[in-house]
Design a protein around this ligand. Sequence first.
Ligand code: COA
Ligand code: MG
Length: 383
Amino acid sequence: MMKLSPYLGRASEFLIINSGRSSCLSSRSALLARHGSTTSGRSAAGPQDANDMNTSPKSSAADMNPTSTRHTYIPRRAMMYIPGDDAKKIAKIPTLIVDCPVLECEDGVALNRKEEARQLIHKTLETADWVKERKTRGLDVAVRINSFQSGLADQDLQSLLSAKTLPTTLLIPKIEGKEELRHTAHILTEKLAGRAGRDPLRLILYIESAKALLSMRKLLKTALKVADESHNLLALDGVVFGSDDYCADIGANRSNEAKEVLFARQYFLTVVKSFQRSLQAIDLVHIDFKDLDDLRRQSEEGARFGFTGKQVIHPAQVDVVQQAYSPAPDKLKWAQEVVEAFTRHQKEGKGAFNFRNAMIDRPLLLQAENIVAYAKLIGQPQR
Ligand code: COA
Ligand code: MG
């Protein structure tokens, strides 16, 4: 029996609006596509410059509708941290083919280097050519701030939001309560006011403790609500499982096999996928960065579980992870043939049929459709 990997739950709901190495999907288009019509969307690289904040908002009914979700989908197969105080490592970013480079302010930066990191990230956003280029091409540029419990997040945000060019995505670690989410949304929406009609600032949250895991559904509901109420200034794109902080929180010893977080990863994934939105679920870090074979095993496992991407700490890990989170060519071919065969058999009045000695019925079709849609999403060549 062929093993299946639903790379992206409900991916088939989405209509691709951009092609290229890293394509983007419009979830508003997706809703229309589901109802049989199509529309074109905008580039994910919507202007996010502070300079743009003063341009008159081009409000439309969609802008004013709190349930409107017209932002595009940005794949994040590998989410790579680059310490924000390390100019040499930051200079490497344009040489990397990575879905999501993260300028890191949190645990990858020593406590006595936070101010250096803030200043260097600010300068990088304003002056680096690669930032401009990635944004123009609809590719991600992310920044991770410190947690609110650390007492450093407000300063991080102040520095970040005063940059002329904002990141595409803001990563917020160690979310524990609804108040933090409301507080963040308040600061962000005040600062971003006047940008209605532009591509929203994407948010990605971290679940890193037992308490947060158990309140995760409530936290995500609140996060989606505050994003909806922001009139498209903010969008919740995904959630990260912060495995090492989680292990510290529950008193576990971390292993590469990651048995100690198996339940947590699967519970995390179930909660993320329980939302009828294309929220991304980003899997744990493989800290043993020299062991690429084990990284491959762990990444393929994450993709099989239904995660949409993985955190990465070293350039050598990027390719392995991005490959693991892309359908293998034979699997893609299989999926395309299943979709065609299903259509033929439906016309003949057969709900279930024999396909290369395996039973195919509607749930298998849906899994095959996920694979085909996801391959298009990441710009994988189609036959
Ligand atoms: N981003 C960009 N470049 C990186 C990098 C990263 N995250 N990690 C390593 N490199 C570069 C190094 O600077 C080095 O460049 P060089 O050949 O020009 O000297 C090259 O890749 C090889 O690096 P290597 O010597 O193997 O590793 P290292 O000892 O320099 O760094 C780590 C190892 C783990 C400290 C480093 O990978 C790192 O800082 N990762 C991110 C840590 C982080 O942010 N953690 C928090 C989130 S979990
Ligand atoms: Mg952490």
